[in-house]
Design a protein around this ligand. Structure first.
Ligand SMILES: Cc1cc2nc3c(=O)[nH]c(=O)nc-3n(C[C@H](O)[C@H](O)[C@H](O)COP(=O)(O)OP(=O)(O)OC[C@H]3O[C@@H](n4cnc5c(N)ncnc54)[C@H](O)[C@@H]3O)c2cc1C
Ligand SMILES: NC(=O)c1ccc[n+]([C@@H]2O[C@H](COP(=O)([O-])OP(=O)(O)OC[C@H]3O[C@@H](n4cnc5c(N)ncnc54)[C@H](O)[C@@H]3O)[C@@H](O)[C@H]2O)c1
Length: 479
């Protein structure tokens, strides 16, 4: 068995693993990455990129149809085959040559195969051909193995060969009827996409639509999905699933109802890829989420770093935030702190320090690419109150802003800012409305920068943009 030694070994070449390795190399260390499927991970081939490609053309068509002049120029229907074709190219046709070339240019070694931790700072890689290689780390091993779709133990579900987010993202054809179990982010985005592509979509949203968001956002998205022809069944719970010999899937709901479909998508959350990575060798439970400290070191059952602190976990697998951008943010902190510790340099682990992922706690931005989009950062009003913050909630009708009415006829949307009354800073901001995604970063800066409200009066939004909602919210709050 061949052996190699590197300063840092990263398990998983998703967006997070790639970024940890890159930071380590940029800091002067050597790094290797282990990948069992495609370099680029879930995000590139089965998640962020292909799903957003599935959604984008329909959003552009809707935008054109809301404007006289443009509307008349758009006479046809959405070309589903062309959308799927564009999606294929955004998934790089499920080939990772481009990302492998990037790894090479970044000076990161690649070992293909399943990586398992077999001892302290030691990883064994088993290639598809069964050949094993041993990798030893001088300083750190980083687990960035991400997640897979959670398939619940519903009678008949597995036998019915359900779609997970992977099949929904990579489908070669649009099913006539699509049933979706779940009401979260994947369910809402895929209901939006497939309804636009021509499927008859039924959504069984047991816990509501986008229940983690501000309630007005979930309500508006529900309304829009229904306007788009989706049957949204709030509170409906799938009890059993059966696919018959003709291929038709029948879902029986807890209240005895039935839904028929050609495919059923299960979108009820994620499970960590930690089942077969050797966690038992370091006293951790296989299949569990990895708990980390603020510098992303994995903690054992006693709450202290595993070993002398050589094991790190970043991205989805640590369950802090399951978003690519936030995982990459953790990766920058983890890569840099590994370098600092390796060189004996000071660790900057205070709040908002270089080596911690402080924003994970209360300043996470997210865009849900439904139509209308939901863009949010920080805490909802309910979460802020639950955290003991004395809040004031300020709402504004996004459609009443001059820039919105210019943007699209009949523009509908809503904005909310949640103010910490003791500190007079914004702790949460939510926008729901067409094309709000690109407005979000201003709010992220305000939340992370803890910009005082009285200073925000001097941040003047351009006229006539949708961003003028900032001024309207401040006026509603009062000076
Ligand atoms: C349908 C869908 C859409 C999404 N859209 C967005 C979006 O628009 N924006 C956003 O920010 N987030 C989105 N997300 C979330 C995003 O995909 C994840 O947060 C992100 O992929 C996490 O990156 P990661 O590197 O931690 O893990 P992953 O991307 O899952 O990468 C982990 C890698 O590790 C490899 N691996 C696992 N185990 C081993 C092992 N033992 N040995 C070797 N290799 C291993 C895997 O093959 C994989 O390549 C979406 C998720 C889904 C499901
Ligand atoms: N645009 C984006 O940022 C984007 C897009 C897609 C996914 N993601 C991320 O990927 C992750 C996974 O998304 P997801 O939609 O699978 O998870 P999720 O946590 O967003 O939603 C899962 C939903 O399923 C419900 N649920 C759980 N068990 C159920 C059951 N047995 N029956 C019916 N409903 C059940 C939950 O109440 C929840 O609302 C999320 O953390 C999300 O942030 C992000």
């Amino acid at each position: 068995m061949s052996e190699h030694t590197y300063d840092v070994i990263v398990l998983g070449a998703g967006p997070v693993g790639e970024n940890v390795a890159d930071r380590a190399v940029q800091g002067g260390l050597s790094a290797a990455i282990v990948e069992r499927e495609l370099v680029g991970g879930e995000c590139s081939y089965w998640a962020c990129m292909p799903t957003k490609a599935l959604l984008r053309s329909a959003a552009a068509l809707r935008a054109a149809r809301q404007l006289p002049g443009a509307r008349e120029a758009v006479t046809g229907e959405l070309d589903a085959a062309a959308v799927l074709g564009r999606r294929d190219s955004f998934a790089s046709h499920w080939k990772d040559d481009g990302q492998v070339a990037w790894l090479e240019s970044a000076g990161i070694a690649l070992h293909r195969g399943q990586g398992r931790i077999v001892a302290e700072k030691t990883v064994e890689v088993t290639g598809a051909d069964g050949v094993q290689v041993t990798l030893r780390a001088r300083h750190a091993v980083v687990v960035a193995t991400g997640t897979g779709a959670l398939v619940p133990d519903l009678p008949g579900l597995r036998e019915a060969a359900p779609w997970t987010s992977r099949e929904a993202a990579a489908a070669a054809a649009v099913p006539g009827r699509l049933a979706i179990i779940g009401g979260g982010v994947v369910a809402s985005e895929m209901a939006t996409a497939y309804a636009a592509l021509g499927s008859t979509v039924t959504m069984l949203a047991r816990d509501g639509v986008l229940p983690q968001a501000e309630p007005f956002a979930g309500e508006r998205v529900t309304e829009a999905l229904r306007e788009a022809g989706v049957s949204v069944r709030l509170g409906a719970e799938a009890a059993s699933v059966h696919r018959d010999e003709t291929g038709t899937v029948r879902i029986t709901t807890a209240d005895g109802g039935q839904v028929e479909a050609d495919e059923v998508l299960v979108a009820v959350g994620r499970t960590p890829n930690t089942q077969d990575i050797g966690l038992g060798a370091v006293g951790l439970k296989p299949g569990a989420w990895l708990t980390v400290d603020d510098t992303l070191r994995v903690l054992g059952a006693d709450g202290t770093p595993v070993g002398d602190g050589w094991l790190y976990a970043a991205g989805d697998v640590n369950h802090r935030v399951l978003l690519t951008h936030q995982g990459k943010y953790q990766a920058r902190a983890a890569g840099d702190v590994i370098v600092a510790r390796a060189k004996g340099e000071a660790v900057d682990d205070g709040r908002w320090g270089r080596h911690v992922a402080t924003a994970d706690e209360r300043a996470v931005p997210q865009v849900v690419f439904t139509d209308p989009e939901l863009a949010s950062v920080g805490l909802t009003a309910a979460a802020a109150e639950a955290a003991g913050i004395r809040t004031r909630v300020v709402d504004y009708d996004l459609g009443a802003v001059a820039g919105s009415s210019l943007h699209a006829d009949g523009y509908r949307g809503h904005a909310r800012m949640v103010v910490d009354e003791d500190r007079k800073v914004i702790v949460g901001f939510t926008l729901v409305g067409p094309d709000t995604a690109e407005l979000l970063h201003a709010a992220t800066i305000a939340v992370v920068g803890e910009v005082p409200l009285d200073r925000l009066w001097h941040a003047v939004p351009s006229y006539p943009t949708i961003s003028e909602v900032w001024l309207r919210l401040l006026e509603t709050y009062g000076r």
